[in-house]
Design a protein around this ligand. Structure first.
Ligand SMILES: *Cc1c(COP(=O)(O)O)cnc(C)c1O
Length: 380
């Protein structure tokens, strides 16, 4: 059966990306590869909406998170870590293993955070602030724009995990004062897993250059030195075929236009929430913090979340995700990021209506579709 990934990474691949993945590998020190990599680098700057260098490392997103902090901070450095869910906790664990003096600012799951609460906890010796833009475990976002603007002029570096938002939600490294934005290939960037991308400000670069703490594979100074070579290179063998695929994906974003891509995701988020509400379900995240790239909803009392997920896949070929940790069994998550259209969201809502009706819930089949269709037709 045909399957559709409505999951928060990996996400479906566009045919243009699949086609590139069938090509012969290139040697990474050839002219031909250098042309691909140079085009990817300028495409990444477009997608990151930045003039900062964007480095490409071979790793999943977690590798990029580790790379960001091992370059900016030293053991003993004070960092303020905001956690609003599983991925915030992951960043906390990374910082703890690196021996930083971490203060964890816990945000209730389902909510996000803005500048006020961060600035209240900022001490003069805080060297870094780390925030997850879009907490994939709860489908809630934080206001990184206000946080970054408030942090400008303080001594703290601002590091943002934008793994499940970049390429689907607005992020502006310079204007918003973000020193390092981390993302990876397999979410809104429509590629297979394997690459992580980081935009690096001048300030972060200087911190990395002055940082004597140990690192080798993750050394961003080395990565940027190689990026600046003519032609641009990598220090080590990159995941060449995924680099080639990323160029195809980034080209698709350039063709659609970044702002249109952001609008499409915003529209899909609204369609999902309104459709789910029309089914009588309640979105998990606070409306003030909702994500554009995925939606989490509470599972009605007496219904088994795993059974919903199983039937969605077996009966409709649509794969959605459950909750993590304390949210296991309590929520289901529908991603609408990357190579996903409004039509896919409508199909998913219809399938979920059918699934819930089959499980005995009193849903009026068609209501969710109509609610979502109305949003889609507004086209804002
Ligand atoms: C997916 C994801 C990551 C990275 O996970 P990997 O499995 O290492 O790619 C990090 N942060 C967030 C918010 C994510 O959604």
């Amino acid at each position: 059966m045909k399957k559709k990934l409505m999951t928060p990474g990996p996400t479906p691949l566009p045919p243009q990306v699949v086609e590139v993945l069938g090509q012969q590998v290139l040697h990474h020190r050839t002219r031909e590869y250098a042309d691909v990599f140079a085009s990817l680098n300028s495409g990444l700057k477009y997608v990151f909406a930045t003039h900062y260098p964007v480095v490409t490392l071979t790793a999943s997103g977690t590798g990029g998170m580790e790379a960001a902090v091992v370059n900016c901070f030293r053991p003993g450095d004070r960092v303020l870590l905001v956690s609003a869910g599983v991925f915030g906790d992951r960043f906390y664990d990374i910082c703890r293993s690196m021996g930083f003096d971490v203060t964890k600012l816990e945000v209730p799951w389902g909510k996000g955070i803005g500048a006020g609460e961060v600035m209240e906890r900022l001490t003069p010796d805080t060297r870094g602030v780390i925030v997850t833009h879009n907490e994939t475990s709860t489908a809630a976002r934080s206001d990184i724009e206000s946080i970054g603007k408030a942090l400008k002029g303080t001594g703290a570096l601002f590091i943002v995990d934008a793994v499940s938002s970049l390429g689907g939600m607005e992020v502006r490294p310079e204007e918003w004062g973000i020193d390092i934005v981390v993302t990876s290939s397999q979410k809104a960037l429509m590629c297979p897993p394997g690459l992580t991308f980081l935009s690096i400000s001048q300030r972060a670069m200087e911190a990395a250059q002055g940082n004597t703490s140990r690192r080798h594979y993750w050394d961003l100074c080395k990565a940027v030195d190689f990026l600046n070579k003519q032609p641009p290179q990598h220090p080590f063998t990159p995941a060449v075929n995924i680099v080639m695929a990323s160029l195809a994906a980034v080209t698709l974003i350039q063709e659609e236009g970044l702002e249109n891509v952001w609008l499409r995701h915003k529209r899909m988020g609204k369609m999902a929430r309104e459709g789910l509400r029309a089914m009588g379900l309640e979105p998990f995240a606070d409306e003030r913090y909702v994500s554009d790239t995925l939606t989490a909803v509470k599972v009605p009392e007496g219904i088994d979340a795993q059974e919903i997920i199983r039937r969605m896949e077996e009966d409709f070929g649509i794969i959605i995700a459950g909750g993590n940790r304390s949210l296991k069994g309590k929520i289901i998550r529908i991603a609408h990021m990357g190579y996903i259209s409004e039509g896919d969201v409508l199909d998913t809502l219809k399938a979920l209506e059918g699934t819930l009706a089959g499980l005995g819930l009193p849903v009026d089949e068609g209501k969710a579709y109509t609610a979502a269709r109305t949003i889609m037709d507004i086209r804002g």
